[in-house]
Design a binder for this molecule. Structure first.
Ligand SMILES: [Zn+2]
Length: 331
């Protein structure tokens, strides 16, 4: 049921008249709620973001989503086919089961039903990394691929996999926790409560922590871009921690390629888009260790869609859901 049907979506947009239809896409994050009105050609015709950092309760986040849907709906007279929502945490059949660590509440919340009831629109909710992956698959670095693995590297490491044109989430969508591949049982503590996970070694948070420890600087003034700049300038501490970060990235990615043998392994977030060196250096390290057959049809590439990936994935999921096509088939 994940991912809808790419073929249906592409056939559907052949009718010019239908480009007057829209999806509302909502990307719920712990800093911003991003929103967009997207037509069937995949054009974002209207977008805005609302700060969510100071939102303190589950009810306030739901109110923010409702307000965002209304604001998008108010700018068009055209038909809105539905609302797609990307939400952090574990999502099964539009229900937030839990795991949204940075947002309050949301344990077994039927977000899809709540937003559908208040807006009168069809609603699809999925994990934000899944929506982002689907956006890259439809419009970005994963176009024309049937099999791809996505990694987002930031405070943590998230990911998802598209297998044979479908998002695969494991039973009840609880799997694909690529950030929590354990590299070392006795390693540093991880956000999941365990130790030694890929994320605990290779996230940008870990890179910043290592650099701060190495240089005695306060982490508040540091980010991935600052360290990358120092690395490219040849600063010894930055070179040391970045080399280590690249090694850790390669360890996780080598395992993912050995398991999935994806056509594309797409890296988003972090410093992946900042400079060509990042993907190149990871690729070089992976090539030394990976199983040759698994890697023979794989390419490691940076994500292309940036912040828009999740919105585009949300819209695409709305457009490619057979139920919605049927209910609007007479138009
Ligand atoms: Zn972990």
């Amino acid at each position: 049921m994940y991912g809808g049907d790419v073929f249906v979506f592409r056939v559907f947009i052949k009718s010019e008249k239908l480009t007057e239809m829209y999806a509302i896409a909502i990307d719920v994050g712990s800093t911003y709620v991003r929103c967009g009105l997207i037509n069937l050609k995949g054009e974002i015709t209207y977008s805005f973001k609302m700060p969510s950092r100071d939102v303190l309760s589950e009810g306030e986040i739901i109110a923010l989503i409702n307000a965002a849907v209304r604001k998008c709906a108010d700018v068009t007279e055209s038909k809105i086919l539905g609302v797609g929502i990307g939400f952090p945490g574990i999502v099964e059949h539009n229900v937030i089961l839990g795991g949204a660590d940075n947002l309050p509440g949301f344990s077994n919340v039927d977000l899809g039903a709540l937003i559908a009831a208040s807006t009168g629109l069809n609603v699809i909710v999925d994990n934000d990394a899944n929506m982002m992956a689907w956006g890259e698959m439809q419009f970005g670095a994963g176009r024309n691929c049937s099999d791809a693995v996505f990694l987002t590297v930031g405070t943590g490491i998230g990911g998802s996999a598209v297998i044979n044109n479908r998002l695969y989430g494991g039973y009840r969508n609880k799997g694909m926790e690529f950030g929590h591949i354990i590299i070392n049982f006795d390693g540093p503590p991880c956000s999941c409560g365990g130790r030694g996970c890929f994320e605990a070694y290779a996230s940008i948070k870990a890179l910043i922590r290592d650099y701060a420890q190495r240089t005695g600087q306060d982490i508040s003034g540091l980010n991935g871009r600052v360290i990358t700049r120092s690395y490219l300038a040849g600063e010894a501490a930055a070179v040391e921690v970045m080399e280590r970060h690249l090694d850790y990235m390669a360890i996780g990615i080598t395992s993912l390629i050995n398991i999935f043998s994806p056509q594309k392994l797409i890296i988003g977030g972090g410093v992946s888009g900042a400079d060509g060196f990042y993907v190149q250096e990871i690729n070089r390290r992976v090539a030394e260790r990976v199983m040759a057959d698994a890697f023979s049809s794989s390419v490691i590439v940076p994500a292309r869609m940036g912040n828009e990936a999740c919105l585009m994935g949300c819209a695409s999921r709305v457009f490619s859901t057979p139920m919605l096509l049927q209910s609007n088939g007479s138009n």
